[in-house]
Design a protein around this ligand. Sequence first.
Ligand code: 7TS
Length: 413
Amino acid sequence: MLETPFDVAVVRRDFPILGKPLLGGMPLVYLDSGATAQKPRQVIDKLVECLENYNANVHRGIHALGDRVTTEMEAAREKVRRFIGAAEAEEIIFTSGTTMSINLVANAWGRKFLKAGDELLLNEMEHHANLVPWQQIARERGATLRFIPLTADGRLDMSSLDDVLTDRTKLVAVTGLSNVLGTINPIDAIATKAKSHGALVLVDGAQSVPHGATNVTSPDIDFLAFSGHKLYGPTGIGVLYGKRRLLEGMDPFLCGGNMIRRVRKESSDFAELPSKFEAGTIHIAEAIGLGAAIDYVESLGLAAIAAHEEALMRRAYSQLSKIPGLTIVGPGPEHRGAIVSFTVEGVHPHDMAELLDRKGVAVRAGHHCTMPLHELLKVTATTRASFALYNTSAEVDALCEAIQYARKVFRLA
Ligand code: 7TS
C-alpha cells in the first residue's frame, strides 16, 4: 500500500459502488473520475435525508419544511463559500455544473460588456465548455478570440503570454487542470499578468477543484466554475463564483421565478444576489448533497488527497512510460495532476478502452470534448486514466497489466 497520510482502504469503504463486483465477479477498477467521481455514503445519505425528511421548495415556504430545506441549502452555500475562500455567500451561484456556469458568464457578462475589437484569451487545451460559449458570444459581439500557444509538452507557453495578452484583452478563460493533458496551469502568474492589463480571469475548476485546495483570493480569480459531480457530489449541481461587483453589474442569464424583486406587465426588477442568477427551482437536494461532499473532502484534507493522488499519478506515469509503443500526452509528473492520457501504437483508443473494460478497468477514450487539442496533438483520440482519492497503487498496476493484455490481443506483445 502507498504511504499516504490517509488510509485508502478505509476511505474506499465509504464508497458503496467500489465494493460491488462487476458481472463475472471482477472487481471494479474505476479510473474515470475525470468524467464523474463516485459518491461516498455520506453524500448518498444526505440526499436521502433531504428527500425523506425536509423536501420542499426553497425561499418560498412559510411552512416548517420550507424553512428547514432553505436553511440546509444556505448552509451548503456557506460551505462552498468557505471551501473556495470567497468573501460572501452571495457570490456563490448554484448552477447545474461547469458548463452552465461558463455559459452564464459568457451570456450575462459577455453580452453586456464585450464590444467590437475586444479580445478574449483562451488556449487549445480548454474543454469545449470553456471554448464554444466564448466562440458564440465573440461572434455575436464582434470580439476576437486569441490563444496562448502550448509548448511541445502540453503546457501553456508563458513566454508567449505578452504577445497575446494586451490592453484589448477583456477576459482570460483558462482551466486549472487539463482534463486530457493533466497539465496544472500557473493560474497565479496568468492572473497577475491579466490584472496588469485590466483583464478579468475565469478559471474552469472542473478538474482542479476536486483535487487540491482552491482559494479565489490567491490567485486573484474573478470567476470560478466547477461541478459537484466531479467533487464526489451529485450530478445536476455546480457552482459559479463571481466577485460581487461583477455579478451585480451583469444582467440575468435565465429569467423567470425566484430571480425577480418586482414584476410589472412590461418590465421587471431583479432580485439581489444570488437569486438573480438562480431562476426557477434549482437542484435543491443536490446542492445540499454538494455541501456533504465538501464536508467529506475536507474531513480527509485537500492536501492529503492531493498527495495521495500525486503518488498514484507518478506511479502510473513511470509504469506506463515503460510500455513499448505507448505515448503519454502532456507534461512530465512535475507539472501534472492525477490524469494520464495516452496512445498505444497499433491499438485504437476505443479498442483499448474496450479491452481494459474486459479486465474491469474503466477508463475513457475519445476526444474528451477537446477536439482542438487533439487536432494539435495530431491524434483523433486518446485513452485516459483519471485518478481520485479512492484509487490505489494496486489499481495503477491493474491498469498496466490490462494494457499489456490489450497489446497481446493485438499481437503487439
Ligand atoms: N471543463 C473541464 C476541464 C472538464 O473536464 C469538464 C468535463 C467540463 C468543463 C464540463 O463539466 P460538466 O460537469 O459541465 O459536464 N469533463 C469531462 C471529461 O473529461 N470526461 O467527461 C466529462
